[in-house]
Design a protein around this ligand. Structure first.
Ligand SMILES: Cc1cc2nc3c(=O)[nH]c(=O)nc-3n(C[C@H](O)[C@H](O)[C@H](O)COP(=O)(O)O)c2cc1C
Length: 210
């Protein structure tokens, strides 16, 4: 790893303690990882949000990477775009990554958005909603677990995974009920609430340093 990147990591925003305060709802950023033309991802994310909205504990921020202006290269230059991205991720108490699988991996746009920040991800839980062909996006999820471990984030065991090439979503990208995905989403959200609450308390009690 370059010294430049280390410097960026140490200095860019985020003290991992500025998210929801006592009595406030836990802030969950749902990140849509696909920016592909004709993507299914936005619809899958909306489907998941309908489940998450049923939890009073959560305040949702739908993060569509297609609409977030980001620097095209990793940079130490402080730009308004990078500051805004830093503040948005720093504000969150938890993340749900909605990711497809491309060539047994996850989208490059998602990796770039992750790599631009460092402390903002620390000591926060990350859940996954994945989709793809027969692999249901699970290979992308397993790779993302390694990425988020490096970022001192905690990935949840339970995830939602959908086969979009086998009739599990309808023509509008909505996940069909018979797939069991709604039950999986509920379990994921329960786990996310537990971890988001626990880690928020921990970050409040003692700043996480890495
Ligand atoms: C470039 C590319 C590579 C893909 N590779 C895989 C793959 O390795 N495994 C898989 O299960 N599906 C694969 N797929 C299918 C996608 O997961 C599926 O089309 C999904 O809908 C893509 O998400 P999006 O529509 O939100 O972009 C691939 C699709 C594309 C466009």
């Amino acid at each position: 790893m370059s010294t430049d990147l280390l410097t960026t990591r140490e200095t860019r925003g985020g003290d991992s303690g500025t998210s929801a305060g006592a009595g406030e709802r836990l802030r969950v950023a749902v990140i849509i990882g696909s920016t592909r033309e004709g993507r299914v991802g936005a619809a899958v994310a909306r489907w998941f949000a309908t489940h998450a909205q049923q939890y009073d504990a959560f305040e949702l921020d739908m993060v569509d990477l297609l609409e977030v202006p980001l620097p095209v290269r990793l940079t130490e230059e402080v730009t308004p775009e990078l500051d805004a991205w830093s503040a948005r991720i720093d504000r969150a108490d938890a993340f749900v990554i909605v990711t497809p699988e491309y060539n047994h991996g996850y989208p490059a746009a998602l990796k770039h958005a992750i790599d631009l920040l460092y402390r903002e991800w620390h000591a926060k839980p990350v859940g996954f909603v994945s989709y793809g062909g027969v692999g249901r996006g699970l290979r992308a999820v397993e790779q993302l677990r390694q990425v988020f471990a490096e970022l001192h984030a905690v990935t949840l065991r339970d995830s939602v995974s959908v086969n979009v090439s086998d009739g599990e979503v309808d023509d509008l990208g909505w996940v069909r009920e018979h797939t069991g995905a709604s039950t999986a989403a509920k379990r994921l959200l329960e786990r996310l609430e537990w971890w988001a609450d626990a880690l928020h308390s921990a970050r409040t009690a003692s700043a996480y340093t890495a």
